[in-house]
Design a protein around this ligand. Structure first.
Ligand code: FES
Length: 108
């Protein structure tokens, strides 16, 4: 299991556990994390799973890659910044133990 903390825009922290190989989207949905809807089912088509990766974790998670579908979709998302990722595109792995993801205020 891998622990990940979702931080709401009001500062509320929710630490959840998820299995390696599951995505951060699934970790949020299975634990009723507010602001992560994941409407498209995790196929990188809706951006309702937009998160800001905590700056201390961005190198582990990886930044958006220009030209890829995820980056194309997020360029239209409100509140997108250099730490933006789609939770459905973040497969959890052991190296992410303690990962912190922020839910943008625009997600509510
Ligand atoms: S769930 Fe739709 S883009 Fe992630």
């Amino acid at each position: 299991m891998v622990k990940v903390t979702f931080v709401s825009s009001d500062g509320t922290r929710r630490e959840v556990e998820t299995a390696e190989g599951e995505t951060a989207r699934e970790a949020a949905l299975f634990n009723d994390v507010p602001g992560i809807d994941g409407d498209c089912g995790g196929v990188c088509a809706c951006a309702t799973c937009h998160v800001h990766v905590d700056p201390g974790w961005i190198d582990t998670v990886g930044r958006l890659k220009e030209g890829e579908a995820e980056a194309e979709l997020l360029q239209f998302a409100e509140g997108a910044n250099e730490y933006s990722r789609l939770a459905c595109q973040i497969p959890m792995e052991a190296a992410m133990e303690g990962l912190v993801l922020h839910v943008p205020a625009q997600q509510y």
